[in-house]
Write a protein that binds this ligand. Structure first.
Ligand code: ADP
Length: 431
């Protein structure tokens, strides 16, 4: 092909020069004949250019280019091919975009795209149903204007998206939504919002069931424990082999009462999620009282228990904080051999308030750490029955911290000891 158009150009030029020479020979004016020949060539080139320009402007890739020969024919064909390729690529891309839009429109889950400041850039139709978004009014506005919940704002600003966030829909309280945040590109956010109302209802059913059973069992157990106590007080009236049985029954009844009160406390903590009563609590005094209880619990085991607390109050519920902190301190005593050391510290810095309970106890293997705050999770169940634990202590700690916008950090080395640290946000510290 290339050879063809090159030879046709050469042929055309040779013919033009030959025609000029012939005209020059006939008229004797070689220079003028050449000028005339070049003018004709220029005129023809201009005609082709104007044809190209008219075709590009008026017809485009829909119609084939005008007929032309030689180099101009090649130029026309080249431009035509490029235009066709570009059109095919555009059609293919449009098809992909249409399919993506169709599939996101068919999704029952909402998808939002937010810029790095949390302003809404794009969303699918499900977002309009679940969150009540309106196009174009909400475009460019902060997402926290739509989901007006303090927990949502805190979650977004904290930027820790490992766990999804669950909240009622801003459209109706009947719908329960779960938000999954993912960062991408230049700190933009992709938010997947799922309707988890059914799961939430089942979870609620489970919570109510546990709370009701615990509540119903409490009265009969109190009666049994009461009678056992009376029987133990009059032990001398029974034969000695009954004495041991009565003591064991009393011990087990005590364990069951402890378990029920922990279950009821957890149910109460779960019933309202955010936040607890916000009274300033004198943590240093609270810890001093817990330390005194810990000394009593340690008894003959004579642990060295030190307390180092700054006089910084924390906003929250005193009874909940007492449960959480005493669980940590009593665990440290329970899982530290006699004579060991337990160090309790409370301090504040730019990051917020921190409480740490450090022991020189048996420690925990790292594989157990992520599951430690689950209900009834125990590192070693045989060990638990000897310490009298319920397996609910750390679950209570986690819930109390959640309600106080705090989090729990656990580090531990088997055989050397553990450190349980509660971190609270600066906003929770009372001035
Ligand atoms: P429990 O009532 O059994 O103590 P928790 O929820 O308080 O239940 O603790 C869960 C498990 O974590 C315990 O069974 C224990 O194995 C482990 N654990 C908790 N605190 C400590 C600690 N300070 N040192 C070692 N192990 C601990």
């Amino acid at each position: 092909m290339n050879q063809d158009w090159r030879s046709s150009i050469v042929r055309g030029l040779l013919m033009l020069i030959a025609a000029c020479l012939l005209l020059g020979l006939l008229t004797g004016e070689y220079a003028w004949a050449l000028v005339l020949g070049l003018a004709c060539y220029l005129g023809w080139t201009l005609v082709q250019l104007s044809k190209l320009q008219r075709w590009l402007r008026e017809r485009g890739p829909e119609e084939p280019p005008p007929d032309a020969h030689g180099l101009w024919g090649e130029v026309f064909d080249g431009v035509y091919q490029m235009q066709r390729q570009e059109q095919r690529a555009r059609t293919r891309l449009q098809g992909i975009i249409d399919r993506a839009q169709e599939s996101t429109a068919a999704l029952r889950d909402a998808i939002l795209l937010l810029d790095s400041d949390g302003n809404l850039e794009w969303w699918n139709p499900a977002a309009e149903r679940l969150l009540g978004l309106k196009d174009p009014q909400d475009t460019g506005h902060p997402v926290s204007n739509v989901v007006r919940h303090p927990a949502f704002k805190d979650y977004f600003e904290a930027g820790r998206y490992q766990e999804p966030l669950e909240l009622p829909s801003p459209v109706t309280q009947q719908l329960q939504l779960q938000y999954h945040f993912t960062r991408f590109g230049n700190s933009e956010h992709l938010v997947l919002v799922r309707d988890v109302t059914r799961l939430h209802q089942l979870e609620q059913l489970r919570k109510d069931f546990v709370a009701n059973v615990s509540h119903e069992l409490r009265t009969p157990l109190t009666v049994i424990a009461g009678y056992l106590e009376t029987l133990l007080e009059n032990q001398d009236q029974f034969s000695p082999r009954w004495g041991r049985a009565l003591q064991q029954m009393d011990q087990q009844a005590g364990r069951m009462q402890h378990l029920l009160s922990d279950l009821l406390l957890l149910a109460k903590l779960e019933a309202t999620s955010y936040p607890a009563h916000n009274q300033p609590v004198a943590i240093d005094q609270l810890l001093a009282a817990i330390r005194a209880d810990a000394v009593a619990l340690s008894g003959e085991q004579a642990h060295r228990i030190t307390l180092d607390a700054e006089p910084v109050p924390l906003k929250g519920s005193e009874s909940e904080l007492r449960s959480a902190f005493s669980n940590l301190v009593f665990n440290a005593i329970k899982y530290t051999p006699a004579g060991g050391e337990v160090r309790i510290r409370w301090w504040a810095d730019d990051q917020g308030g921190h409480l740490s309970v450090q022991d020189t106890g048996i420690g925990i293997e790292s594989k157990h750490l992520p599951r430690l705050t689950e209900r009834f999770y125990r590192v070693d169940s045989s060990r638990a029955s000897s310490t009298g634990g319920t397996g609910l202590g750390l679950a209570i700690v986690k819930h109390v911290l959640l309600r106080h916008r705090g989090r729990l950090d656990i580090t531990s080395t088997p055989g050397q000891g553990s450190v349980f640290t509660c971190h609270f946000q600066s906003s929770q510290l009372a001035p």
